[in-house]
Design a protein. Structure first.
Lengths: 1224, 592
C-alpha cells in the first residue's frame, strides 16, 4: 500500500494502479475520452490530464501510475485550461452537427429531429410531449408558424428548395393528439401556493401560463378582448387558423388549471394595484396591438385602414366585410399583407392589389402564402410604393398615387434598398386601402403600474416597447416580467413562445427565491462553424425525395373562411415526409462524452479553426456506420476490435491531423475480419462509430431497463433503451457473465426483431379456414375443450428454449398435472439426439478462462454464436498467453475464427475423434484413476465397452492417429485445459464422449479445467432443469421414478401423468399425437426441411401456437395465442453454466394476457391451482432443484447421432437476427 | 616509381558527389602500366563540402584532395606518378601544408568517428587492424564483470547522443536491474532530423564500432537479442551493416557462446524502418519493430522495464554505441577528460546551411558555437552576417548570433532554449527569415506527427496555420501570444518527445526574433525578404541599363520595358519567383 494525495486529500493506493483508477475508486471524477476500462491505457485525448507536484508537464491520469507520496491536482486552473484547450482542439477538427440546423434556427429550439423520429414510429403523443417542452401550441404553430426550421432545413440543398415539411408533420401529430380522447397532459408539480398574473392571452401569455402552471404556480391570464388567443384569433384569419383548433389548443392549457379572464384590460378595467395584492408575480404579454397607417398625405381618408385593425374588427364583431364590387389595395409584403389580401378576396372584392416596394424575392411573407394568394386571384404591384392618398372633397378615398421603385444598394438588412424612379407616379383607383406595414406596442398602463408599485419602475424603450433585462426579461419592477411582441416589437409567434419560456423560467426562479440565471450554455458542434454547406455536400450522397405538399382546398372553393390547408390525409404521407429528414443532428447526442465535456469545460469550436477533415461517412457496413469527421482518434474501437473482439478489422491510416480510422486495407468493414459484433460502437465516446440504424434514431431521450439477453446461451446482461416500448438500442450492462459489459452481436442487434409491426396482440381461432380474432376467454376454453376431447396422452406440449423458467415450468405442469399427458418436449432438442442432458454438469466457469493454459474449441462459430466467450478467450490469449486450439469438423471453415487461434486442425468427425482419444487414453492406461474412483460412476463398464471397439477403425473415421494422440496427451497432461463445445454443432453422443474424456483425464470440477458446453438459446438449460422433457421431471430427474411422480403429485396436489416410456419425438413421427400445443417455437419456419416438418405437424388434428408474430408454424395453427416477451413480463433464464438469472419486466405488455396468464387460464380449465408471480413459480420449481440429481457417470455411446432438424434454436426472434442482422 | 595508395571516400555523400565514377576510373587505370598504385575505399571523411574526397598516401606523407572528379583525378595521379609529388592546388588537407582544411581537421577530436574515413568499412581485417572488437575482447580476457563495465560507462560520463542526453551507464543499470527470460539491445539508427547525418556516416564508415558497442551492452545487461532499427532511406548503411554482421558472425563475435564465452549468446539483425520521424522515439520504435503502427506509448513503463515484446530493453543511438569501445579501450577517465563538468567527451555535429565548410565534425564538449562556426566551419558563405544557428533540428531551437559564445554542452545549450539533439547544426545568415524557418521546422513535425495525441496532432497544425498566415501577410494582432500559449500547452500536454519539443523552433525564434514576427504581422514586411507575399521586386531606375534580360527570364511576363530603357515590374503579374533578381547583371532588381 502506498499513500498519495489527490486535491490535498490523502488516499491509499496499490502500486501499479493508475491515478485515474485511484481517483475513480474514491469518487473523484476525472474526464476522459480515450480511456476504456476494458482496455489498457492509451493516452491520446489528454483530457484526463492532472498536475503532479514536482513534474514539469501535466500527465494523463489514465496511464500514469501512482507513486508513494505523489501529490496530484485534478481540477486546478492549469488542468482545466489544458482540458479546455484539448477540447477546443478536438472540436476544431470535429466537422459534425450535434443538432440539426432546424433546432438551432427555431427561436424556441424545438427538437425537430427528435419529434420527426417519434412520428416515424407513430408515437404521436410522445412527439407532442417533446414539442411541448419548448412549444405548447403545436397545432397552431403547425399551421401558421413562419417555419425558420424549414428554411434552414438541409433538404433545401438537395430537393430543389423544399425542406422537410416540419410544420406539416407537427400539425399532423398535434391534430391527432388534439382530437384524441387522451390528449397529452404534462406532469404537474404539486402546488407551490404562488400565484402569477399574466396580462394577455396571446401565444406568449398562454405559453408562460403553460410552463408556470406545471411548476405548481397558479396562473391567471387577463385578456382585454372577449376571447383568448390574441393575434392568433384577432389577426390570423380563420382560413389559416380555424377558431376551433385555437379553442382546443387553449383548452389544453386551461385543462392544467390555468384561468383566463376575458374583457379585462390592464390600465383600463383592471388595475395593477389589484394584481399586486393578489399575485406574487406578473408577466406582461401584451403584444403589439396598434396598426400603423401609410405615413403619407391623405391617409386620414375614409376607407384607409390598418390591416390588423381590419382583421381584428372582423373577428371581434363577427361581421365579415362585404367588398362586393370593390377594389382593395393592400400595402406591404409581410404575412399581415397576405392575410389582408386573401381575406379581401374572401370578402368577395372585385380586385385586390398588393403594393410592395421591392420584388417578390424580398417579400418577408411566407412563399406559400404568396403562392396561394396568387391562385386565389390577388394581383401584385411590385417595385411600387404609395406616395399619396387622393381623397374626395368629403374625405373619402378616391385613389392612391403610386410611384415606381428601383432597387439600389443593399441596406443594413442586406436587402437592396428601393429608390423612387422620378416621374413614374400614377394613380390607382381603389375603394379601400389596407396598410399592412407595421404595428406598434401600446402601453396604456404605465402610470397605473408605476403609481402602484413600491419598488422600481416600468419603463418604455426608445422603440416604444417594454424595457426589460435582455437575459431574464424582468422589467424595472422586481417580479414583473414581460415577453413577446410587447418587448420585441412585432415579431413571430414562435419568438413570443421562446421569450415566454425565458420569462417563465425567470419568474419561477423569482418565485422560488432562486437566483435568476440562464441555463448553462450547452456546447453544440455545427458544420456551419466550418463552412457554408452547399448542394454538393448532399447531392449524390442522399436520395432525392421530393416534398409531399399538403392537400389544399380547390381554388374555386375558397370564397369562404374554411381552412385552406387540409392536413396530411394519412399516416403514410406523414411517414414519407419523415423519411426526408436527413438526420443532421448526431444520433449519440444524449450519450456523447465529447459533447458533455465540451459543455463542462466551455469548449470553443472556433477558437482554433483551420483545416479540418471532411471524409465521407462510411455506410457500407449494414450494421456499423463510421463517421470519421466525429472521430477524436482515441482508437478505442481499433483497440477493442483487436484486443477483445480479436478481429483486428479496424486500424489507423495516414499521419498527423489527417489520421483516420479505417477498416483494414481501406475496404468496407464487411469485407474485413469484422464479426459485426458491435463492440466498436460500445467503445466510441462520441458518435464516430454508431449503429447503422434501420430507423430514425432521433436522437430522443429513452427509458432504460436491464435484462438478460433473450438470445444466446451465455446469459449476458444488457440494457434496453426504449421509448414507449419502441427499442432504440441495446447496450451491454455489467452482469454476472459479462462484468465488463461486453455483449455478443445477438444481444446487441437482436432487439430489432422486437420493433416488428407484426406483433399479434389478440388470440385467433381458425374459422372457415381463416384465422379470426377472438377473445382470450373463447380461445382458452376452445383449447381446453379440444384437449379434453382426446385421450390425455394424445396431447403434446412443446416449450421453447427462449421462454422463461417460469413459463417452461408451467407448460410442463399444465401437461402433466392438467392434461395428464407426459408428452412434453421442446423442438429445440427434439430429434437432436440424446446426450445433452448432462452437458452443463461441473463445467469450468467462464471466469476461469484467464487462468487456463489451453482451450480446445470444438465449435466453428465461437466468434458469432457465443462471441461473449470468444471475447474472454481472445483477451486471455493476448494477456495471459492462453493457447487456443481450434478443431474443425469435415468441411467447416471459418477464416474469421481461425486467425484468432494458435493452431487449427481439421478432423473428420468430432465424435470419432473424441472417442478415439478416449480409447487411446484408456488403452494406454493414461486415465486418472484416483479422480475416477472418487468422483465417477460406471467407469469399468464404459472402459470395457470402449476397448472392445477397434481403435484403428475409430482412427479411420476420426482423422490422423498422430493428431488424436497428440491432442489426447496434451489435454490430459496440461493442468488447466478446457474443451469448449457448442451443442449447436455436435451431437448428444459426442457431448457424452467429451464428458467421458473430461472424466478420464480427471478434470471436471477443478479450476479452469474440463469442459464448457455452450447452449444455443438463452434458456435451453431451463428446459432441462424445469423438466420440459418427456423423460425428465423438474430438477433433471428421471420421470419414470415413482418417487419423483409422488413428489410431483404431492406438490401439485393432483395426480400426475404416468410415464409411458415413449419419446415425444417418436410419437410425433408416428402420428400418435392429435393435439399439439406449441409455446414460443417456430418449428416450420426454422426447419431445415420445411416440408417434412410441416407434414409431420399436420398429421395431428389440432394445433395451438403461441408466438410473437404469425410464424410459419402459427399459420398452420387452429388457435394462435399472442405471446408476451420477456421484456414485458420479467422472469428468469438459466444460462449454459446453469446460473439462474432473474430480471424484471421493463416494458408494458402488448397483450392483454401474458404467457403465464394464458397458461394459468388453461390450468384453471383443469382445476389446477394457479400461481402467477414469477418468484412464486420459480419458488415452487426450486423445490425440485436439489442440484445433486446429476452425477459424473460414464456413458457408452454407439454412434454419432447428429441429425439437426431445426435452425435458430427454433425461435422466430433468433431466426430474424440471423436472416436480417447477421453477416458471416 | 614509388608505389602510392589511393583511398576514395565512398560514403553516401561521396557517391552522391560522383566518387563512384572516380573510383571506377581508378580501377580502370590500375590496369595501365604507367600507373602503380594500390586502390582502397573508405567512407565519409567528414569534409562533405569537398566531396569527392580522395586521399593519396606514400612514404612521404598523405594528401587529401577535394572535389576529385575523373579529370582532376587523372591530373593528381599523373603528378604523383610522374612527378612524384603532390598537386598542392587541390589538396584540402595535409599535415604539412597550410590548406583550407587545416583548421577543419585540427580542431576536431575523433572518438566516435575514429575509423570513419580511414578504414574500408566492408573489410573486417582493416577494422580489426584498427582495433575493432578489442574492447569486448579485453572485457572477456580480463574477465571484467558486467557491473565493472557499466561502471566504466558511468564513469566516462557518456550521455545519450540521440538527443535527450540521458546518462548511458544509468540506462544500462536500469536494463540490468529488470529480470526477464529475454532482454534486448536496440540501436536507434532512425536518424530523422532534417540536416543530421552523423549516424548514417558512422554506420557507413565504421559499422563494427556500433556492433561492438551493442555486444558490450548485451554482455553488461544480459541481453540475448539485438536489433538495429535503421531507416530504409539509408541503403548503403544497411548493406554495410549486414556485411559487418555477417563478418562478425563468421568470426564468432555474434551468435552462440560468442568470444568463446559459454552462455554468451547474442545476435543482431537489422530492421528497416519506413522512415517515420516519430519512430526515433523509443516506444514508437519498439512498436514499429513489433510490426505495429509506429506510435509512442506513455512511459513509464520505460523500455528498460518492458520494452520490445514486453521484455527489458536498452536502446541507444548509433553515436552512443560507437563511443563505447573507445571508452573501454582507453579508459573512462580519458573520455571524461574531454568536455565540461556535466557533458563529457566529444560530440559529432552535422554542419549545414549557410556555412562554408558543411560536413561532419567531432568536437570536444565545451567548445563554443562561434568556434565551430567560424573556426571549423570557416564562417558564413559569402561572408554574410551570421544570424543564428538551429540546434537539434525540428525539436530544437535557435541560438542567435549574440549568444555565439555559448558553450556546447547539454545544459548551456538547453539554457538558450535550444537542445543538443542529435547534433544537427543549421546555420542561418541575414537572408534567413526566422518566421519562415520556424514554419519550415514546424511543417516538418506537423507532417511527421503520428496523430495519436490531441495537442501534437491538432495543436501543431494550428500553430503552423498561424505561421503560414503570418508569412502570407495575414497575421493578426494576438497571433504571437496565441502561438506562445498554444506552444506551451503542446509542450505540457504531449505524449512523446515529438510533440513535447515541436513548438521549440517557434518559441525560440519568438524569444530571440520577436521583432521579425512583429514586422510580418504589423508592418506586413519580411525583414529577411524571404516571405514571398511580403516582398516586392522593383527595378532600380538608376542601375537598370535596359538589357531586357529580366523581361526575358520572367516566366509570367510581368516585366516590360523597351531596350536600353528602364524596365518596370507589373506587380499584379509578379509571382515573386526571383528570376529577375538572380539574372540581373547590374544589380538593378531591388527587393522591398
Amino acid at each position: 500500500m502506498i499513500k498519495i494525495t489527490i486535491n490535498n486529500q490523502e488516499f491509499e493506493a496499490t502500486k501499479g494502479e493508475s491515478i485515474y483508477d485511484v481517483a475513480k475508486r474514491n469518487n473523484i471524477s476525472i474526464p476522459t475520452l480515450c480511456h476504456d476500462e476494458r482496455l489498457e491505457p492509451y493516452s491520446s485525448c489528454y483530457v484526463c490530464v492532472v498536475e503532479i507536484d514536482g513534474m514539469k508537464n501535466l500527465q494523463p491520469s489514465c496511464s500514469t501510475r501512482v507513486m508513494e507520496g505523489m501529490k496530484i491536482h485534478t481540477e486546478n486552473d492549469r488542468v482545466k485550461r489544458a482540458r479546455k484547450t484539448a477540447l477546443d482542439l478536438l472540436m476544431s477538427n470535429h466537422y459534425a452537427d450535434c443538432v440539426g440546423p432546424c433546432k438551432i434556427a427555431c427561436p424556441a429550439h424545438v427538437d425537430v429531429q427528435g419529434y420527426i423520429s417519434l412520428i416515424e414510429k407513430k408515437q404521436y403523443t410522445e412527439a407532442i410531449a417533446l414539442i411541448k417542452q419548448k412549444n405548447p401550441l403545436p397545432a397552431i404553430c403547425g399551421r401558421v408558424c413562419v417555419r425558420p426550421c424549414e428554411f434552414n432545413c438541409r433538404r433545401n440543398l438537395l430537393d430543389e428548395g423544399a425542406g422537410v415539411g416540419v410544420d406539416y408533420l407537427k400539425r399532423f401529430a398535434a391534430d391527432i393528439d388534439l382530437n384524441s380522447d387522451n390528449r397529452f397532459m404534462p406532469e404537474k408539480n404539486s402546488a407551490t401556493g404562488k400565484k402569477v398574473a399574466i396580462i394577455g392571452a396571446g401565444p406568449g401569455g398562454l405559453s408562460a401560463a403553460f410552463w408556470l402552471q406545471q411548476k405548481g404556480h397558479q396562473c391567471d391570464i387577463y385578456e382585454a378582448m372577449p376571447k383568448p388567443g390574441g393575434w392568433l384569433r384577432y389577426g390570423i384569419p380563420e382560413y389559416r387558423l380555424p377558431n376551433d383548433v385555437l379553442d382546443k389548443e387553449i383548452e389544453t392549457i386551461t385543462d392544467l388549471g390555468v384561468n383566463i379572464y376575458c374583457n379585462k384590460k390592464l390600465g383600463d378595467n383592471l388595475s395593477y394595484a389589484e394584481l399586486k395584492n393578489n399575485y406574487n408575480s406578473v408577466i406582461l404579454t401584451i403584444g403589439s396591438q396598434k396598426g400603423t397607417l401609410l405615413g403619407t398625405e391623405g391617409e386620414d381618408a375614409e376607407g384607409v385602414y390598418s390591416g390588423i385593425d381590419f382583421l381584428k374588427n372582423m373577428e371581434a364583431t363577427g361581421q365579415r366585410a362585404d367588398f362586393r364590387g370593390k377594389t382593395v389595395v393592400v400595402v406591404g409584403g409581410g404575412n399581415t399583407a397576405m392575410d389582408c389580401c386573401r381575406t379581401s378576396i374572401r370578402c368577395k372584392a372585385d380586385k385586390v392589389y398588393v403594393v410592395y416596394r421591392r420584388t417578390e424575392k424580398e417579400m418577408p411573407a411566407n412563399p406559400i402564402e404568396i403562392h396561394e394568394s396568387k391562385i386565389e386571384g390577388v394581383e401584385y404591384l411590385f417595385l411600387t410604393n404609395p406616395v399619396r392618398v387622393n381623397k374626395t372633397i368629403d374625405g373619402k378615398l378616391e385613389s392612391v398615387r403610386l410611384i415606381k421603385m428601383a432597387l439600389g444598394e443593399p441596406d443594413a438588412s442586406g436587402r437592396r434598398r428601393p429608390v423612387e424612379v422620378p416621374g413614374s407616379e400614377f394613380d390607382l383607383k381603389t375603394d379601400f386601402i389596407l396598410a399592412a406595414i407595421g404595428q406598434k406596442t401600446e402601453v396604456n398602463f404605465l402610470d397605473d403600474m408605476n403609481s402602484h408599485t413600491a419598488e422600481g419602475e416600468l419603463k418604455i424603450n426608445k422603440w416604444g416597447d417594454i424595457d426589460v433585462d435582455p437575459l431574464t426579461l424582468q422589467t424595472g419592477i422586481p417580479g414583473v416580467f414581460a415577453a413577446g411582441d410587447g418587448v420585441s416589437g412585432p415579431a413571430t409567434i414562435i419568438e413570443a413562445i421562446a421569450q415566454a419560456q425565458t420569462a417563465s423560467r425567470s419568474c419561477h426562479q423569482y418565485l422560488m427565491g432562486e437566483e435568476m440565471s440562464l441555463d448553462p450554455e450547452e456546447f453544440v458542434s455545427r458544420k456551419d462553424h466550418f463552412s457554408k454547406l452547399n448542394e454538393s455536400d448532399f447531392k449524390g450522397h442522399f436520395e432525392l425525395q421530393f416534398r409531399k405538399e399538403m392537400p389544399v382546398l380547390d381554388a374555386s372553393g375558397r370564397l369562404n373562411f374554411k381552412e385552406v390547408e387540409l392536413g396530411y390525409d394519412n399516416e403514410e404521407t406523414a411517414l414519407q415526409e419523415t423519411g426526408r429528414c436527413l438526420e443532421c443532428g448526431c444520433s449519440e447526442f444524449f450519450s456523447c462524452d465529447l459533447q458533455k465535456y465540451a459543455t463542462q469545460y466551455g469548449a470553443d469550436q472556433k477558437k482554433y479553426s483551420g483545416m479540418y477533415n471532411n471524409i465521407p461517412v462510411d455506410f457500407r457496413h449494414p450494421l456499423i456506420e463510421i463517421d470519421n469527421n466525429k472521430c477524436i482518434l482515441c482508437a478505442r474501437c481499433v483497440r477493442i476490435c483487436r484486443d477483445i473482439a480479436g478481429a483486428n478489422a479496424l486500424g489507423l491510416v495516414k499521419r498527423g491531423v489527417e489520421t483516420a480510422i479505417a477498416p483494414s486495407m481501406g475496404d468496407s468493414l464487411s469485407h474485413t475480419h469484422c464479426d459485426s459484433c458491435g463492440l466498436c460502437i460500445s467503445a466510441c465516446p462520441t458518435g464516430a462509430i454508431t449503429e447503422n440504424f434501420p430507423f430514425k434514431p432521433g436522437p430522443v431521450r429513452t427509458d432504460m431497463f436491464q435484462t438478460i439477453s433473450p438470445f444466446g446461451g451465455l446469459g449476458e446482461k444488457t440494457t434496453i433503451h426504449h421509448k414507449n416500448d419502441f427499442i432504440f438500442k441495446t447496450t451491454g450492462a455489467s452482469g454476472f457473465v459479462n462484468p465488463d459489459t461486453n455483449i455478443d452481436p445477438l444481444a446487441k442487434f437482436g432487439y430489432r426483431f422486437f420493433n416488428t409491426s407484426e406483433r399479434i396482440t389478440r388470440p385467433m381461432i381458425r374459422k372457415d379456414g381463416k384465422l379470426t380474432k377472438v377473445s382470450f376467454e373463447e380461445a382458452i376454453s376452445f383449447i381446453a375443450e379440444n384437449i379434453k376431447k382426446v385421450k390425455p396422452e394424445e396431447n403434446a406440449f412443446f416449450a421453447g428454449a427462449r421462454l422463461t423458467n417460469e413459463e417452461q415450468y408451467l407448460i410442463q405442469k399444465l401437461a402433466r398435472a392438467g392434461a395428464k399427458s407426459n408428452a412434453v418436449h421442446s423442438f429445440h432438442y427434439l430429434f437432436s439426439g440424446k446426450g445433452y442432458i448432462h452437458n452443463s454438469l461441473k463445467n469450468a466457469a467462464l471466469s476461469d478462462i484467464p487462468q487456463a493454459a489451453s482451450v480446445y474449441l470444438f465449435t466453428s462459430r465461437l466468434n458469432y454464436d457465443n462471441a461473449g466467450l470468444g471475447y474472454t478467450i481472445n483477451n486471455a490469449r493476448r494477456k495471459n498467453k492462453l493457447k487456443v486450439h481450434l478443431y474443425l469438423e469435415n468441411n467447416t471453415n471459418n477464416v474469421k475464427l481461425q486467425h484468432k487461434c494458435d493452431e487449427v486442425h481439421h478432423v473428420k468427425s468430432y465424435y470419432y475423434f473424441v472417442k478415439a482419444a478416449n480409447h487411446y487414453l484408456l488403452s494406454q492406461g493414461k486415465e486418472n484413476m484416483m479422480y475416477i474412483e472418487h468422483h465417477c460412476k460406471n467407469f469399468e463398464e464404459y472402459k470395457k465397452q470402449l476397448l472392445s471397439e477397434n481403435y484403428n477403425a475409430l482412427v479411420e473415421k476420426a482423422g490422423s492417429r498422430e493428431m488424436i494422440e497428440k491432442f489426447a496427451d496434451a489435454y490430459n497432461m496440461q493442468m488447466n485445459s478446457i474443451l469448449v463445445f457448442a451443442e449447436k454443432e455436435i451431437s448428444g453422443n459426442t457431448a457424452t464422449e467429451i464428458r467421458n474424456l473430461a472424466m478420464i483425464t480427471g478434470k471436471p470440477g477443478k479450476i479452469a479445467s474440463g469442459i464448457i458446453a455452450l447452449k444455443e438459446k438463452n434458456n435451453a438449460q431451463g428446459l432441462l432443469d424445469m423438466g420440459a422433457f418427456c423423460c425428465i421431471a423438474p430438477g433433471t430427474v428421471k420421470y419414470d421414478d415413482p418417487e419423483v411422480l409422488a413428489k410431483l403429485s404431492n406438490v401439485w396436489k393432483v395426480p400426475v401423468a404416468s410415464f409411458d416410456g415413449i419419446c415425444t419425438a417418436d410419437k410425433l413421427q408416428q402420428a400418435q399425437l392429435k393435439n399439439l400445443l406449441i409455446f414460443g417455437e417456430d418449428p416450420v419456419g426454422c426447419a431445415i426441411d420445411k416440408q417434412m416438418v410441416k407434414a409431420m405437424l399436420q398429421q395431428s388434428k389440432f394445433i395451438v401456437v403461441q408466438d410473437y408474430i404469425l410464424t410459419e408454424t402459427a399459420a398452420l395453427a387452429d388457435v394462435v395465442l399472442p405471446a408476451s416477451s420477456p421484456f414485458e413480463t420479467g422472469g428468469s433464464f438459466t444460462n449454459s453454466q446453469r446460473s439462474i438469472q432473474s430480471f424484471e419486466a421493463g416494458m408494458k405488455p402488448m397483450t392483454e394476457m401474458s404467457n403465464i396468464a394464458q397458461i394459468n387460464a388453461l390450468m384453471k380449465q383443469f382445476g389446477i391451482k394457479t400461481i402467477s408471480e414469477n418468484e412464486a413459480i420459480l419458488g415452487e420449481a426450486s423445490a425440485f432443484l436439489n442440484g445433486n440429481s446429476l452425477v459424473l457417470e460414464f456413458l457408452s455411446t454407439d454412434s454419432d447421432n447428429y441429425q439437426p432438424v431445426f435452425r435458430y434454436g427454433c425461435d422466430v426472434a433468433m431466426k430474424y437476427y440471423y436472416e436480417n442482422c447477421f453477416l458471416e | 616509381m614509388e608505389k602510392i595508395k589511393i583511398t576514395v571516400g565512398l560514403g553516401s555523400c561521396g557517391i552522391a558527389a560522383g566518387a563512384g565514377k572516380t573510383y571506377d576510373k581508378l580501377i580502370e587505370w590500375q590496369q595501365d602500366v604507367n600507373y602503380n598504385f594500390e586502390l582502397a575505399k573508405t567512407s565519409c571523411i567528414g569534409m562533405c563540402f569537398n566531396e569527392p574526397l580522395v586521399e593519396v598516401s606514400s612514404n612521404q606523407g598523405s594528401w587529401l584532395y577535394g572535389a576529385v572528379d575523373e579529370k582532376r583525378m587523372q591530373e593528381i595521379l599523373n603528378y604523383h606518378s610522374i612527378k612524384n609529388e603532390p598537386l598542392t592546388k587541390y589538396v584540402v588537407y595535409s599535415e604539412n601544408l597550410d590548406t583550407p582544411g587545416k583548421t577543419y581537421f585540427d580542431g576536431q577530436v575523433k572518438i566516435a568517428l575514429r575509423n570513419c574515413g580511414y578504414i574500408d568499412p566492408e573489410n573486417m581485417n582493416e577494422a580489426e587492424a584498427s582495433g575493432a572488437y578489442n574492447a569486448i575482447k579485453k572485457i572477456v580476457s580480463e574477465k571484467l564483470s558486467a557491473d565493472t563495465v557499466i561502471q566504466m560507462v558511468l564513469d566516462s560520463g557518456l550521455r545519450g547522443r540521440g538527443g535527450a542526453g540521458f546518462p548511458t551507464g544509468k540506462k544500462w543499470q536500469f536494463a540490468k536491474s529488470y529480470s526477464g527470460d529475454e532482454k534486448y539491445v536496440i540501436c536507434n539508427a532512425d536518424e530523422g532530423d532534417p540536416g543530421a547525418f552523423m549516424d548514417r556516416s558512422l554506420l557507413e564508415g565504421d559499422p563494427h564500432s556500433v556492433l561492438e558497442g551493442m555486444i558490450i551492452c548485451a554482455y553488461s545487461i544480459g541481453a540475448t537479442g539485438g536489433v538495429i532499427y535503421c531507416r530504409a532511406e539509408y541503403p548503403l548503411a544497411i548493406i554495410r551493416l549486414n556485411i559487418a554482421i555477417e563478418q562478425s558472425r563468421s568470426k564468432g563475435y555474434l551468435g552462440k557462446n560468442i568470444f568463446g564465452l559459454q552462455g554468451f549468446n547474442f545476435d543482431i539483425y537489422v530492421k528497416e524502418g519506413a522512415g517515420a520521424f516519430v519512430c526515433g522515439e523509443e516506444t514508437a520504435l519498439i512498436a514499429s519493430i513489433e510490426g505495429k503502427r509506429g506510435m509512442p506509448n506513455k512511459r513509464p513503463p520505460f523500455p528498460a522495464e518492458a520494452g520490445l515484446w514486453g521484455k527489458p530493453t536498452n536502446i541507444n543511438n548509433v553515436e552512443t554505441w560507437a563511443n563505447i569501445p573507445w571508452i573501454i579501450n582507453n579508459g573512462p577517465e580519458k573520455y571524461a577528460a574531454y568536455g565540461t563538468e556535466k557533458s563529457k567527451g566529444t560530440k559529432v555535429f552535422a554542419l549545414t546551411g549557410k556555412i562554408k565548410n558543411g560536413g561532419l565534425v567531432e568536437v570536444p564538449m565545451g567548445i563554443t558555437v562561434n568556434e565551430i562556426i567560424f573556426k571549423l566551419g570557416g564562417g558564413i558563405i559569402g561572408d554574410k552576417q551570421f544570424k543564428a544557428v538551429q540546434l537539434g533540428g525540428p525539436s530544437g531551437g535557435c541560438i542567435p548570433a549574440h549568444l555565439g559564445e555559448t558553450l556546447i554542452d547539454y545544459d548551456s545549450v538547453q539554457a538558450t532554449g535550444a537542445i543538443m539533439g542529435s547534433g544537427g547544426m543549421v546555420v542561418m545568415d541575414e537572408t534567413t527569415c526566422m518566421v519562415d524557418i520556424a514554419r519550415f521546422f514546424l511543417d516538418f513535425t506537423v507532417k511527421e506527427s503520428c496523430g495519436k495525441c490531441t495537442f501534437c496532432r491538432i495543436g501543431t497544425k494550428r500553430m503552423l496555420e498561424i505561421l503560414e498566415r503570418i508569412c502570407d501577410g495575414q497575421g493578426a494582432d494576438g497571433d504571437i501570444e496565441k502561438l506562445e500559449e498554444l506552444g506551451h500547452q503542446i509542450i505540457e500536454n504531449s505524449l512523446c518527445g515529438l510533440g513535447q519539443t515541436a513548438p521549440n523552433p517557434v518559441l525560440s525564434t519568438i524569444r530571440y526574433f520577436r521583432n521579425e514576427y512583429e514586422a510580418h504581422i504589423y508592418d506586413k514586411k519580411c525583414p529577411a525578404k524571404v516571405c514571398k507575399k511580403l516582398i516586392t521586386y522593383m527595378v532600380d531606375e538608376e542601375k537598370c541599363t535596359g538589357c531586357t534580360i529580366c523581361a526575358v527570364k520572367c516566366p509570367t511576363k510581368a516585366i516590360s520595358g523597351e531596350k536600353k530603357k528602364t524596365h518596370f515590374v507589373h506587380q499584379e503579374l509578379c509571382i515573386k519567383c526571383g528570376a529577375c533578381f538572380s539574372n540581373c547583371n547590374f544589380d538593378a532588381i531591388r527587393l522591398v
